[in-house]
Design a protein around this ligand. Sequence first.
Ligand SMILES: *Cc1c(COP(=O)(O)O)cnc(C)c1O
Length: 498
Amino acid sequence: MRNTRDTNLLFELSETGRRAHRLPACDVPERPVGELVPASALAAAPPALPELSEPQVVRHFANLSQLNMSVDTHFYPLGSCTMKYNPKRNERVAAMPGFSDLHPYQSEGTLQGMLQLLYELQEYLQEISGLDACSLQPSAGAHGELTALWVAATYFRDRGEKRTKVLVPDNAHGTNPASAAMAGFTTVTVKTLPSGTLDIDDLRRHLDNQIAVFMITNPNTVGIFEPRIREIADAVHQAGGLVYLDGANMNAILGIARPGDFGADMQHYNPHKTFSGPHGGGGPGAGPICVTEKLAPYLPAPVVIKTTEPSPDPSLQGRETDRYHLDYDRPKSIGRVRAFFGNVGVLVRAYCYIRTHGPDGLRRVSENAVLNANYLLSRVKHCLPVPQGDRCMHEFVASAAKVKTEKGISAMDLAKRLLDFGFHAPTVYFPLTVKESIMVEPTETESKETLDAFADTLIRIMEEDADLLHDAPHTTPISRPDEVRAARQPMLVWPETY
Ligand SMILES: *Cc1c(COP(=O)(O)O)cnc(C)c1O
């Protein structure tokens, strides 16, 4: 059934003269606007705004909002993106006036609560990563990558070493080589094996005195924990390079393995993924980075520090208390990468999430994320093969290559048809190392019933007539947009009147 909801534009619904409100007659003398505003600031004609009643506007937007898929409305197994449920408790805490009404130009003395939260979050992130220092400034995972690579570049420059290359595996997220290029490095691709893990011989071939950083995602993008990660890190270190961990997959290893312990020198977090910040609609993320001691002096300034000082509160009569400060006195710092203290709203949510779960709870998050992914893998692999392994971490990459050859059903067809059944599509065609790839990440917040419903639907779809799938989805207002054009020219209809 095609979607019958009204998807006209407000401009198309507009009727000249229609109004949402009627104002009472003016009780002061009216004067032409030209007498009040200089001619240079006046438009030649009023803007062509749509004219509608209030219920029309409300229904229009309410209906549009229901065309969206979100974690609050649908199962959203978008691999690599960790679309877990966002607890509403985080929202309540982030909206508390003590956090939400602050202004970054307030004096430090009036920001002690926020600074304490940020300081403690730095400490938690260091503990979870097994690294020594933290910057909360970067605005997203990709920005964290770029910041850390600048830190690395500055570290090598400070040591008088000229290292120009960053190594990136062929199944890495596209942001990795992009960040390396933006930071001024040359990117060199390292192969992965058919089994999905890194080709260590190929890595060794590339290790020379030009190597600055090896970027690795672990668990990697096909959902496998690199079994020889320690050996990999040692080889990079022997060549004088640094190991960067892309921490987007931390949801698989919280409280179980620490990047600092398996050889990472630096990493980013995606709090909007791992620590349940709402994301996916272009909303703000954050990309805190953690680094080892030797890289700490180069982190962006300021960082939040804690001191113990006599309290300024007279009633405490000079008793020692913890005070929190923004430390700008960091001569080796790469400088600011973001205004003020970063996207603090997202950081407050991450803090709330970490404190709510505690260390054991975080470990259970990962255990359940891995359990859910393995359950789903075992339910679908008989009809949708998973080329790289029978077991996975928090996500797996299946392949529609077989069903494409046999029935002409592609990964895209499956992804699109799932929408008709009320499931957000998994990630498709990433990573590029798996043909017709379908990357499924259920997360820990889904019930067995939801996982079963998804598996049953996927299996049922594969038995459907291929022609039905080729023009799916059938229940959305738009079925198959030209995706390249939609991204390059994001203009649906432009009203004639405008
Ligand atoms: C999401 C993701 C990134 C980028 O993170 P953003 O927060 O979206 O900038 C990098 N690497 C991997 C593996 C990811 O999944």
